[in-house]
Design a protein around this ligand. Structure first.
Ligand SMILES: Cc1cc2nc3c(=O)[nH]c(=O)nc-3n(C[C@H](O)[C@H](O)[C@H](O)COP(=O)(O)OP(=O)(O)OC[C@H]3O[C@@H](n4cnc5c(N)ncnc54)[C@H](O)[C@@H]3O)c2cc1C
Length: 333
């Protein structure tokens, strides 16, 4: 492992000044992504800036009914926070479907959003990877691509965005607050992660001299039923092959509002607006859920080893919608 200098930032300004002074630096929060990738020689920061002393650990309900979550709130704290379990059960379920208790105790909200892909070619410095080394090619496209994306890929990259938590954020709707030299700015979560296109190394809209300080969730849907279904090779401690996060409000048997997002199958957290339009105003039954699933996957393009992901994702969607509808009917989230 390469050595790096280390700074423990005691203020936001110090963190940002240090970062500006040394562009080859990286922030560290829980370290569960960064340090793995440093050990693999995939990330090579000359300096690591520890941001854990910054006051970014509050979860607070705002006057407009949105929920503001500090960037350093751990995945465990967020999943079990009473505001989240009561009003955003999808977020709680999605976080708890990820990683392990130990990892979630360390992992932070912003770190989860910024986590890098698990594509084995990205994580192997001997392989060609446009995301790691622009212009080097993509060994995944014609390699062993069983785990890769069927939605949002390009000739240059088919790496999946691995986060479970981000599937819930995509469905719920959220705003990120970024802090940089010109102060704070906000960006819609849906616009934060980029599609790979011809520049897969550019993964998000955060500038080099900015830090994520908070994530603010849209007001909760009411009355709400929610479900996160994650299908994977083993029952725990494994990334999704396909996952679906659904939220439904019901008026008798009819669907009011619907939200649907996918994980494990796309190059960024994937909101399914076409499927939502099919669901809204229709009866909450299996036929409608199937039509919504087909719409969500209409643009899916399988690679040589992952055609199975399309029917798998369809199952995940139908089950998530069914469970969300059941929860809404039973009157608990
Ligand atoms: C064994 C294992 C299994 C896992 N399984 C899953 C899983 O099933 N599902 C899942 O979703 N995830 C899984 N993960 C990933 C895990 O959720 C992430 O590693 C974690 O959320 C990253 O958070 P962190 O605080 O540790 O980030 P760090 O490692 O500290 O940072 C990650 C990246 O974010 C940047 N960063 C951190 N904070 C900020 C900030 N405030 N502003 C700007 N940039 C910032 C860092 O510079 C770095 O580039 C797994 C991880 C491991 C190690």
């Amino acid at each position: 492992m390469r050595t790096f200098a280390f700074t423990r930032a005691s203020s936001l300004e110090q963190a940002l000044t240090t970062r500006r002074a040394e562009p080859a630096s990286a922030f560290v929060a829980g370290g569960t992504t960064l340090l793995d990738l440093v050990k693999l020689d995939v990330m090579r920061p000359a300096r690591v800036i520890d941001i854990n002393a910054l006051p970014l650990t509050l979860v607070e309900r705002l006057a407009d009914d949105r929920l503001r979550i500090g960037a350093l709130v751990t995945n465990t704290a967020l999943a079990h926070h009473p505001e989240v379990t009561a009003n955003y059960p999808l977020l709680s379920q999605a976080i708890l479907a990820g990683a392990s208790t130990q990892v979630r105790n360390m992992a932070t909200t912003a770190g989860n959003i910024m986590q890098r892909t698990r594509c084995p070619y990205f994580r192997d410095v001997a392989a060609a990877c446009n995301k790691r080394e622009p212009g080097s090619g993509c060994d995944a496209r014609h390699g062993i691509n069983r785990m890769h994306a069927v939605l949002g890929g390009s000739d240059d990259c088919v790496a999946v965005h691995p986060s479970d938590m981000c599937v819930a954020l995509a469905a719920i709707g959220a705003t990120l607050t970024l802090h940089g030299p010109r102060g704070e700015r906000e960006i819609d979560f849906a616009d934060f992660h980029r599609l790979p296109g011809t520049s897969p190394h550019l993964e998000h809209e955060l500038a080099d001299d900015e830090l994520i300080v908070a994530v603010t969730l849209d007001p909760p849907l009411e009355p709400l039923g929610a479900a996160y279904i994650k299908l994977r090779d083993r029952a725990s401690y494994e990334f999704a092959l396909a996952s679906a996060g659904a939220m439904l409000s019901l008026d008798e048997e009819m669907i009011g509002e619907a939200r649907l997002a996918l994980g494990g199958v796309a190059t960024k957290p994937w909101r399914c607006h076409e499927a939502e339009a099919i669901l809204e105003g229709q009866p909450a039954d299996r036929a409608v859920f199937g039509q919504a699933a087909d719409a969500a996957l209409a643009d899916a393009e399988p690679l040589s080893h992952n055609a199975f992901k399309i029917p798998l994702a369809r199952q995940a969607i139908v089950r998530a919608l069914r469970d969300a509808a059941r929860a809404a009917k039973e009157g608990h989230p």
